[in-house]
Design a protein around this ligand. Sequence first.
Ligand code: 13P
Length: 245
Amino acid sequence: MRRTIIAANWKMNNLTSEVINFFAEFGDAALNSENEVIIAPAYPYIPLASALSKNKNIEIAAQDVYPKAEGAFTGMVGGKMLADLGVKAVIIGHSERRRIFGEPNDLIREKVKFVQENGLHLIFCVGETLPERENGVMFDVLKEQIHSAFDDNLTLAPEKITIAYEPVWAIGTGVTATPEQAAEMHAFIRKIMKEKYGYEDSRILYGGSVKPENIQGLMANEDIDGALVGGASLKASSFMKLVNF
Ligand code: 13P
């Protein structure tokens, strides 16, 4: 049984007052949900979000990690800091990290390794751009992203390896993949995970303009195990609807 995950990626949004208001309004929404609820605030707000979500069935995640425990790495946040803050899950390889910050596959691979060595829940993002889809190479792109990150061997338990399929053309655009498009890609990822790595029970989330109006259609597919949500997760009123879709 794969338990559904509804995860919020707040990206570079939500200031102190907004975080406080979010949790005040969100209340016990996650306690009342049968789904696993994860929220990834920006680094400085992790302690506040952790304190406000205590005992509420919410796991606080980081949006990234630098793959070292600690040291002379100006501007970075490493493993010991995440452990110190009680963070148990990390998003790696988000398309904004890949494209805006030029994260290459070998750094992503190092991060995946580091997350595994530290026993954290890995939320690993993959997805093709619009030109890649239009050229029909989306399967090759996903295969390459997965292989280059995972070929050092996966060691974590299946429930700690989560893949997020986030087509770049659907992120923040309001254009959502149709349930059929998403299902096709999820089935492809599931096949790779099973046949190449022996992971049958890892969760595969869909991300890209998920909102209360379209979540049910997406979640109806058996290969879609949840959602990684950006814009529609910023306000409690909308995220509450998503966690209890
Ligand atoms: P949106 O939900 O804003 O499209 O963002 C998706 C995303 O990138 C989540 O990681």
